[in-house]
Design a protein. Sequence first.
Length: 309
Amino acid sequence: MKKKIRKESEIFSELAKLCESPGYVHVIAYFCFRDNTIRYSDTITKDDILQQYSMDKLIRTEISTLIGLVCKNHLNTELPSPDVMQEHIDKTDSLLKEIHQSMMPSMEHFFALSEYRDQKSDPFQNGSLLRESIFYSGEGAYEFQYRDLSEVKYKKDNDWFLKNKSFSIQQAINVLKSIQSLQSFKINKAIEGFVHKEPHEWSVLEVYKFTAEEISDISNIEINTVRRVIESFVSPIDMTGFESLDDFNPQNAYPIIKLPEDEYLLFQNYSLMEALYETPFSGLTMTKNINPSPCSIEVNLLKSFLLRD
């Protein structure tokens, strides 16, 4: 008997509830490590990279959805027990697969032969046919392209950045590159450190945390300037409006999460590099009398509109 497919909204609500679980940020860190990290020894090979294209791995939009949902509530960083962690991981994988299935259009519905033959309908005019393709589409550029092209894109705006943001575009690029370098270093150290820890202590959350002081030391940029760059990518937008896949997820435009004690959290470097290319002007929501230029907010709002059924 064919399994009944639940409504997307029902599955999303269950996923949102799961993301409220204490310590769920450790689950997201696990997914980022599992699905966004290429593991290899000595020399990287094509097989090492091809593993990233497994259907069992989450893609960035799925992980971004989890990040958006966990940010709807106060972040609880308490480490769950290994059993609870595994339970949350398995449940998340299951719910995301179920959401994907619920978004798959029925070919029988869209390509009814009688309507198609008589040219009474065009299936591609129906948004529900495109939703799955939009949400699960490939990336628009490589991470390094967003980074390098940002310097070209904003070269003539450098004076504006210095006046309105108190940092140059090159300083912004250097800060973001330093965050990436620090996280790469921490990932390798974390793996080595597991040998000296008990299983109930295993977590990679610390890999994705950083401070302005750490980045200042790496980049050789004054700490207040570093902090201004980082804060430009911390969301000033309330997450309460993120109630479905159709809704704009501010964590896509502002991927850095602010924590207590001058700490920050970044789960996906790709999202940060994309935000560098798309979002810089949107930080003007905190600046008076200046209208923000088109940015990731508008891009993601358009994407949200296209995702609507």
